[in-house]
Design a protein around this ligand. Sequence first.
Ligand code: ATP
Ligand code: MG
Length: 320
Amino acid sequence: MNTTLSLLKPTGHLTLGNLLGALRPMALAQDGSDCFYGVCDLHALTVAQDPARLRASVREVATLLLAAGLERSTLFIQSHVPSHSELAYLLESTAYVGELNRMIQFKEKGRGQPSTRASLFTYPTLMAADILLYRPTQVPVGEDQRQHVELTRDLAIRFNATYGPVFTVPELVRPALGARVMDLADPSSKMGKSHADGSGIIYLLDSPDVIRRKVARAVTDSDTGSDAVRRDPVNKPGVTNLIELLEAAGGSLESITTYGALKTATTEVVVELLRPLQVRYAELAQHPDHVQARYAAGAARCREVTAPVLLDAQAAMGIG
Ligand code: ATP
Ligand code: MG
């Protein structure tokens, strides 16, 4: 059976974009592959976090993964599996400053700023460890993480050539096609959980009233023609986003001719899509012990699965 691996950063409340673009494909992958899904709290530390908020965010994301139907997977919290940071250090000791310096995300988010955390610079090696520890043969990757996964391959190839064949070099593949949801208030940018202005972002735990209000205020345009409700990503990004959201959430455009009707229908399907998830979340939130036990068992399995890979890497390098 092939191995599927995916990590979510606990850097805010999860959004409808995360559900349709990530959690839904992750749930589907459970058929036919051994899935490891983690909350990557260590990656969150590459920028300043309030400790109490980080803890709350980890708990919320962990509970949401269960509520979103990932219960057939091995669920874990990254910092509970120490081999991730141990292997990251070994990989840091094979990576070159030059190649880390070329990472686009580092260039855009931190290079040249004196108070950028060192971990923002080295985190691609932690990400490489996250992947290589589980020996997946394929890694589905979207555009924004492509360069990091290519680096993962380079590090694995270099390690194997220098120290002996320890790592499986994963192949990059296209991700299962999830929807891409844009910000309702700014349809030129992705709906992202860490954006400061949440007015155009639907969070998974938003109440029906809040969802209604956010969709009602979604940016459209002043087109009043009989064919105003149509896809046109270039000239009508807001309307296009609402149509795609409506359809991704299970609705249909049939007989919808006005923006008002489009917004009402979109609100309805989104509220219905989120209802069972929110009910399940509320139940799980009443039983934190159950959630904790699931993640403790998941971390135990991760420690077991990753231990031989770490040991092999250590032995090959002459330590451990
Ligand atoms: P951040 O603002 O911190 O980057 P994010 O919401 O973009 O947060 P990520 O942690 O970057 O979330 O990504 C988690 C997963 O959710 C990834 O698989 C990513 O492709 C997916 N995802 C994030 N936002 C969207 C979106 N708007 N539409 C579809 N998929 C999304
Ligand atoms: Mg993102």
